[in-house]
Write a protein that binds this ligand. Structure first.
Ligand code: CAA
Length: 240
């Protein structure tokens, strides 16, 4: 029987590429989205992937949403915590609201997404937890104290979950994309973005599909000995 995969933020950007790649591999896929009903409906129409609307920053909403996914598609064996936002500002201008919004969505959102599926994975002795972190969680980034904190936090989450889940057949890994051609990166001021691209040795932004292929590998049975790791996919921009 096909395994079920849940991808938060799975109807746009990197998440959409992940949802499509998992579907192509034969998974039943549920993609969540936060607000844009029209975009989600279009995504479902084009791909046949079911979309679910909830706010990953809210535990009760996440838990109820996941219960619905499991009722529709079966127990979640693969969870991809991908949903994330930026609220970039130099630190001296960063507001408590910008800090709190990013922590709530990007970091607490990972707890809210993984916690409701964790016990089921333990019971079934199989699970794949994949958290989409960022190059900026590894190297830090001026203007992203909030975002970098959450993405560095992701690495602590997967290293800890890996230790807790290992004896239950669960792996937890992170992927650190570099700068990928998505709306999030395109929202950076063009002159700033040009400078960033000059700093990427391969001379281009990454493609969402290049991250999706990392996910399908980590989701597979073949990756069972990779646990607590971080895959960096950044065009040689930064080495850990
Ligand atoms: N390092 C150190 N200082 C920097 C800096 C840097 N990289 N960039 C700017 N500064 C300094 C400037 O020199 C300037 O100093 P002075 O006032 O002394 O001249 C000061 O910061 C303010 O600069 P700006 O006037 O440019 O500030 P701003 O408020 O207009 O813009 C910003 C600030 C919004 C953070 C803008 O610089 C920006 O967008 N930077 C890009 C941040 C980034 O990489 N975001 C990634 C988004 S994509 C993503 O997050 C996906 C992923 O995982 C990779």
């Amino acid at each position: 029987m096909a395994r079920t995969a849940l991808v938060t933020g799975g109807s746009r950007g990197i998440g959409a590429a992940i949802s499509k790649a998992l579907k192509a591999e034969g998974y039943e896929v549920a993609a969540t989205y936060a607000g844009n009903d029209a975009a989600a409906a279009k995504f479902t129409e084009e791909t046949g992937i079911k979309t679910y609307k909830w706010n990953v920053a809210d535990y009760a909403e996440s838990k109820a949403g996941i219960e619905q996914v499991e009722a529709d598609l079966g127990p979640v064996d693969v969870v991809v915590a991908n949903a994330g936002i930026t609220r970039d500002a130099m630190f001296h201008r960063m507001t408590p609201e910008q800090w709190n919004d990013v922590i709530a969505t990007n970091l607490t959102g990972v707890f809210n997404t993984v916690h409701p599926v964790w016990s089921g994975m333990r019971d079934r002795k199989f699970g794949r937890v994949i958290v989409i972190s960022s190059i900026n969680g590894q190297k830090g980034q001026a203007g992203q104290v909030n975002y970098a904190a959450t993405k560095a936090g992701d690495l602590g989450i997967v290293k800890s979950l890996a230790q807790e889940g290992a004896k239950f057949g669960i792996t937890a890994n992170a992927i650190c994309p570099g700068y990928i051609a998505t709306e999030m990166v395109m929202a950076i001021d063009e002159s700033v973005r040009e400078k960033i691209i000059k700093g990427i040795p391969v001379g281009r932004l990454g493609e969402p599909e290049e991250i999706a292929r990392c996910v399908t590998f980590l989701a597979s049975e073949d990756s069972g000995f990779i646990n607590g790791s971080t895959i960096s996919a950044n065009g040689a921009q930064f080495f850990v």
